[in-house]
Design a protein around this ligand. Structure first.
Ligand code: PLP
Length: 403
């Protein structure tokens, strides 16, 4: 909505109208107040709901072993880290966690951060700057995009997963330092990047590859070791031109993030990442919980197997249930199953229809996803049961038939 400047005395007076515009275009976001219940259930504004919106893919966020480890960590280390890791905030627990994380993903060294968003917005400007070039998939997560902007490097966006376009852009760029950035599992579509092909292009064009495995860590690869293990690119086959990052707030069920790679790259990031240097370290109690989480990720293969069964059940159920509907399930084999609806108001109406049936599936709208591709982002978790999936399939089939 255009706002006539003569009608406002201060730009601060514009905010009510700007918020009303968000309402009018169905883009206003609302938070719900939640409390965990058992399994994948949440109490939402007082009502018990079956949730398909958490990224707790392995169902670890409320695991007793993690809760106990966090309590033990608090008893040993206190609650607050009290300082930046470069001053006095780097606790023995955080140090031990970094070693465990590096070894878990099969890379030489890891650096543990308090959040994934802060990791990406900090490490990209530490790697490249003015005169350098970044190559970014159009569906990359917001924090990769924001990190690229903060760096002041030239940004080349290539169409989603279009490796020919990426190759052409790499070949044309005169920049001496080239950085390719990509999600591994795309967060709103659930599809998987062709990591070996990305790496081959980076090798050919002397580029560095930064991978964001927020939705792959714990889920992909043997023992959930992430996308590099999935593609056998760890240990002796690890490439010095790969930087691997992931959050620890999703499948790991806790909070924080880490970046891993060669000793020289990680040392450089430790020296130059402003969001690391000028922020208080993550509390050690989280590192304690994360050590417990790593044990379960590694040893509870049944969680990933159960998840695979649930994904299969959902896809088979909806293939039948949505026959004749214009809604389309994206081609994803991961726990992120996007149901493409199209219009913002229709996606919101379906979300509302599910809510009335006690099911919580978030509608995702632009600008998070491209215009005209509003969708339900169904996130599955090992905390779900087969009956939970059947209930969702049944509800969506009824709503599609009524549409
Ligand atoms: C969630 C997410 C992040 C941010 O991680 P936080 O630890 O939640 O800050 C980064 N990248 C991707 C792809 C994500 O989905």
């Amino acid at each position: 909505m255009a706002i006539d400047p003569s009608l406002t005395t201060s730009w601060l007076d514009e905010f009510p109208a700007r918020i009303a515009e968000l309402d009018r275009t169905h883009l206003r976001r609302r938070r719900r107040v939640v409390l965990p219940e058992s399994g994948a259930r949440l109490r939402v504004d007082g009502q018990s709901m079956l949730a398909f919106c958490s990224n707790d893919y392995l169902g670890l966020a409320n695991h007793p072993a993690l809760i106990e480890a966090a309590c033990m960590g608090a008893r040993s280390f206190g609650v607050g880290a009290t300082a930046s890791p470069l001053v006095s905030g780097h606790s023995a627990a955080n140090d031990a966690l970094e070693h465990a994380l590096a070894s878990f993903v099969g890379l030489p060294r890891a650096l543990y951060f308090y959040a994934g968003y802060a990791t990406n917005i900090g490490i990209i400007p530490a790697l490249v700057g003015s005169g350098d070039a970044i190559f970014s998939d159009t569906l990359n997560h917001a924090c990769l995009i924001d990190g690229a902007r903060l760096s002041r490097a030239q940004i080349h966006r290539y169409a989603h997963a279009d490796l020919a376009a990426l190759e052409a852009a790499l070949a044309q760029s005169p920049a001496q330092r080239k950085l390719v950035i990509s999600d591994t599992v795309f967060s709103m579509d659930g599809d998987l990047a062709d990591v070996p092909a990305l790496l081959a292009l980076c090798e050919r064009h002397d580029a560095l590859l930064l991978l964001d495995d927020a939705h792959g860590f714990g889920v992909l690869g043997p023992q959930g070791r992430g996308c590099l293990s999935h593609f056998s690119l760890t240990g002796a086959r690890a490439s010095p031109r790969v930087l691997y990052m992931t959050t620890l707030g999703k499948a790991a069920g806790v909070a924080g993030a880490f970046v891993a790679g060669s000793d020289a790259l990680v040392e450089w990031l430790l020296q130059k990442t402003r969001s690391y240097i000028y922020a208080t370290a993550a509390p050690a109690l989280l590192a304690s919980a994360l050590r417990a989480s790593l044990q379960l990720i590694e040893h509870d293969e049944w969680r990933r197997e159960h998840l695979r069964q649930l994904i299969k059940r959902l896809r088979q159920g909806l293939a039948t249930g949505l026959r004749g509907s214009s809604w389309r399930l994206g081609p994803s084999r991961t726990p992120i199953q996007p149901l493409l609806i199209g219009r913002n108001d229709e996606a919101l109406a379906v979300m509302e229809g599910l809510r009335e049936r006690g099911l919580w599936v978030p509608a995702i709208r632009p600008p998070t996803v491209p215009e005209g591709t509003a969708r339900l982002r169904i996130a599955l978790s090992a905390a779900h049961t087969e009956a939970d999936i059947d209930q969702l399939v049944q509800a969506l089939s009824e709503l599609a038939a009524a549409c």
